[in-house]
Design a protein around this ligand. Structure first.
Ligand code: PEP
Length: 254
């Protein structure tokens, strides 16, 4: 039985003062032992947020990380810096990083390997554009992304990674994939993991859906057999996030 996970992606929002206010308000309702709750926050918010959630079940994640160990890479953050600051998850390969910062699957692969080396759990993102969906190539696109992101990673490590299926046309647009569309792709991600590795790995890896998930649609998505949770952008900046965590919790209890 895979444990449900709800991860927030704050993107470039929330000053440290605002971050402290929001997490202080959210904390009592999102500290739930049977759901893994992760707040992926801008680098400058990591330490203040870590301080607030200390002693709870809530974990802190980063939104990006560099693949080199250390050195002359102005502006970048290393895995060691993140772990020392209290980070246990990192979002890698988000479509905004692919689009605006030209990250490709080969770069993301190096980042995943570096995160794993430092015991940071990668939340590796994949997803198709609207054009690709309309051309019926979604499953091919996803297969290629997963194959390249997981190149050279063994089954033991792969099973511990989180994969987030985020159709690009659904991110920040208010257009959510239907539960059937999301389930179809999340199921096919598990099939790809079966082909790349084995049944045990495919069964163990957690697959999240992301793209305009909110309190209204969370339950129908989270009750799909291959959807193990959500990666939440806009709604993670509000108290609504607690409602989404609540939907995952209800789903566990059922
Ligand atoms: C995201 O950016 O990962 C995301 C899912 O955003 P939103 O929920 O705002 O669509």
């Amino acid at each position: 039985m895979r444990k449900k996970m709800i991860a927030g992606n704050w993107k470039m929002n929330m000053t440290p003062s605002k971050a402290k206010e929001l997490v202080t308000l959210l904390e009592p309702s999102i500290d739930i032992p049977d759901v893994d709750v992760v707040l992926c926050v801008p680098a400058i918010d990591i330490m203040p947020v870590t301080d607030i959630v200390k002693g709870t079940n809530i974990k802190v994640g980063a939104e990006n990380m560099y693949y080199e160990e250390k050195g002359a890479y102005t502006g970048e953050l290393s895995a060691e810096m993140l772990t020392d600051a209290g980070v246990s998850y990192v979002i890698l390969g988000h479509s905004e990083r692919r689009q605006y910062f030209h990250e490709d699957d080969a770069i993301i692969n190096k980042k995943i390997k570096k995160a794993l080396e430092h015991n940071i759990t990668p939340i590796a993102c994949c997803g198709e554009t609207l054009g690709q969906r309309e051309c019926n190539v979604t499953l091919n696109v996803i297969r290629k992304q997963i194959q390249e992101m997981f190149e050279g990673i063994d089954a033991f490590d792969a099973a511990d990674c989180i994969i987030a299926y985020e159709p690009i046309w659904a991110i920040g647009t208010g257009k959510v994939a239907t539960a059937e569309q999301a389930q179809e792709v999340c199921h096919s991600i598990r099939e790809v993991m079966k082909d790349l590795y084995d049944n045990i790995t495919a069964d163990k890896v957690r697959v999240l859906y992301g793209g305009s998930m909110n309190e209204g649609n969370a339950l129908s998505l989270l009750t799909q057999p291959d959807i193990d949770g959500g990666l939440i952008g806009g709604a993670s900046l509000k108290m609504e996030f607690a409602k989404i965590v609540g939907s995952a919790h209800t789903n566990v209890a059922v």
